[in-house]
Design a protein around this ligand. Structure first.
Ligand code: HEM
Length: 379
């Protein structure tokens, strides 16, 4: 079936097998009323649940005197495994002026503070932050866009859109080696297989340990939820394309064609970080996979769920404005901070990338049924 269950202990769109397309948008709350925010989340939940089934946004019957309840561009299209996932930014808890605008400040988890300045970034405030984030994923780009557009429309008067990104090719698999992704592990815009050693969406033990927030982690309302880190990572495609193959492979520590680690033959062979050759470690000290691997980070893992993006040509340089829209879910934002502090200073990949947009969101748990709504336990 091409319908993903909407309700469940966790929101869909995290452990769900990664769909092909992404529409991502963040919003700022303009209303000063807590009741408006609650109303918004209720209507968003109802609309998202319907769209996930492939149905139109519910509303009054058509009336030629008022706009239709649904914008209409997904009529006749399949659900295409649509998932809609919502997260709350730190700024929802403490307003722009530091005020406790919705009476939520005391419910902000201690771990949930804005990301610190990190190496390897030059962030554009116009592509960062947001009080609420919506991640819509689907195998059909129009279905994903339709979902975000309709939530934006429903939200008018309560929220304004802050920034958005469309992703056109998944750069991660959450299906791993066991059953495998039917199309094989996808490739990122650098041409490398991406997601080989990602957390597998059916590995409940790994999800509990690294992705889902536990009730005991601090704030009960977030139990069963997660944290989402979004990073718009620009790739310097032109210099990358001029780099020789051997160097490209050294940057990642993997072979480009097979995806195998430089110490192995097949994609899913375990990397051997101890192996050395004439020039030192076979997987270089500054290779991306060595620096990011759980073996070299005290077992730390995250669930990656990113997409390739392009926004056309960078007019100032005439180069492609393209890269990885990195999305990762984790139990504590510090998992990302720890990794990026290391990658941002030492990764061979830094010559070819720069983080230019950023967002951190607390993703509430899933909804239990028709009477439940996103964030109910928070409000
Ligand atoms: C692994 C690409 C940024 C964390 C990988 C792999 C590739 C890759 C090709 C190897 C295959 C795999 O196991 O998935 C990229 C590109 C990036 C990028 C092109 C930027 C444009 C990041 C960032 C982080 C990160 C910002 C976290 C802060 C990881 C982790 C692994 C990984 C945790 C798995 C390591 C392992 O389990 O052995 N990445 N990555 N990556 N990357 Fe990245």
């Amino acid at each position: 079936t091409d319908v993903v269950d909407f309700h469940g202990p966790h929101q869909a769109g995290i452990a769900t097998a990664v769909q092909d397309r992404l529409a991502f948008m963040t919003f700022d709350v303009t209303s000063t009323s807590r009741a408006d925010v609650v109303e918004l989340l209720k209507s968003w939940t109802t609309a998202a649940e319907a769209m996930t089934r492939g149905a139109a946004v519910p509303g009054a019957p058509p009336d030629d005197q008022v706009p239709p309840a649904d914008t209409g561009e997904a009529v006749g299209l399949p659900a295409a495994r649509l998932t809609v996932t919502v997260g709350f930014g730190p700024s929802l808890f403490t307003g722009p002026d530091g005020s406790d605008r919705f009476g939520l400040a005391a419910r902000r988890p201690a771990a949930f503070v804005p990301l610190p300045a990190l190496p390897g970034e030059l962030l554009d405030p116009a592509r960062s932050g947001g009080d609420i984030a919506v991640q819509a994923c689907s195998d059909d780009p129009q279905v994903a866009f339709h979902a975000v557009r309709n939530l934006a429309r429903i939200g008018r008067g309560t929220v304004v859109a802050r920034w958005a990104e469309l992703g056109f090719g998944k750069t991660s698999s959450t299906q791993g080696s066991a059953d495998g992704d039917p199309g094989g592990t996808p490739r990122n815009l650098m041409g490398f297989k991406d997601g080989t050693r990602n957390i597998v969406g059916t590995d409940d033990a790994a999800l509990d340990q690294h992705v889902w927030v536990a009730d005991a982690d601090g704030q009960g309302w977030l139990g069963g939820g997660s944290y989402l880190v979004a990073r718009r990572i620009r790739m310097f495609v032109e210099p990358w394309d001029r780099d020789r193959l051997g160097d490209q492979e050294a940057v990642f520590g993997r072979f480009k064609d097979s995806g195998a680690p430089l110490t192995g033959k097949a994609e899913f062979d375990a990397p051997d970080y101890a192996a050395t050759g004439a020039d030192g470690p076979v997987i270089p000290a500054n290779a991306h996979i060595r620096l990011a691997s759980p073996e070299n980070n005290g077992g730390l893992r995250i669930l990656r769920r990113g997409y390739s993006y392009t926004d056309g040509i960078d007019a100032t340089t005439g180069t492609l404005d393209a890269g990885l829209f990195f999305l990762a879910y984790m139990r504590d934002p510090n998992q990302f901070v720890t990794l990026q502090r290391k990658l941002g200073t030492s990764d061979a990949l830094n010559e070819y990338i720069r983080h230019v947009g950023s967002g951190l969101f607390a993703v509430p748990p899933g909804t239990s049924g028709p009477d439940d709504w996103w964030g109910r336990a928070l409000f």
